[in-house]
Design a protein around this ligand. Sequence first.
Ligand SMILES: [Zn+2]
Length: 256
Amino acid sequence: MVVIMFAGAIIISGVFLFFAFRRTKPLKIPVSGVQEKILGQYVTFYRDLADTEKCRFREEVNKFLHRIRITGVGTALEDMDRVFVASAAVIPLFAFKGWEYRNINEVIVYPGAFSSRDFRVEGEGRDTLGMVGSGPMQRTMILSQKDLREGFLHPNTTSNPAIHEFVHLIDKADGATDGLPEALLRHSYALPWLHRMNEEIQKIKSGRSDINPYGTTNEAEFLAVAAEYFFNQPERMSERHPELYRMLKEIFNPNA
Ligand SMILES: [Zn+2]
């Protein structure tokens, strides 16, 4: 019975993953000079890549921009905003060649923080910087333009709300947003990772960690804030959190 349930769980998660990601044939779309300039100037992850990988990153950004609608609501979007959204999507999946998101159609960008209850962009009680929609908002992500930009424009920040939301989307792809991104995670790695997350959550709670305290909300939020830090400040994380860094590398870049 247990074996049947286990096999069933594998099949179900396999079906979810099939619908969540797909490998695609390389698509050659010329990359504009403006996009290349923005990437080179502001996207540290891109700047640290070797030239051939830079070329692949630009192609992935372009593919994302052709596939996913990005809409400004109450604000005008600039090239910078579109390139940042696409970069935040490409970064966490970049080690997985040819994979692309299938669980999103549109990214809506509000001018600043919003209310996740009633989507207000003005008035009191607006504390949400980004979210992955559910219910009628399924397949939609919402981001705050101000915070999208700050995640890339401030060279020393460990926070990047757009990467945070795309990591939730990856985590969600197996059907459960639980901090265990089964699309990327080897099965044998799930328990050690769960254990490590809970240890670090305790460290944050007792004030012994510089990881965003929002990560103590639950394992899904921990994965998302740890990934922001990992992708924005890899060197700092490898110095201050060597074990966590090594485990995140195993998840997001297993063949490096
Ligand atoms: Zn979150």
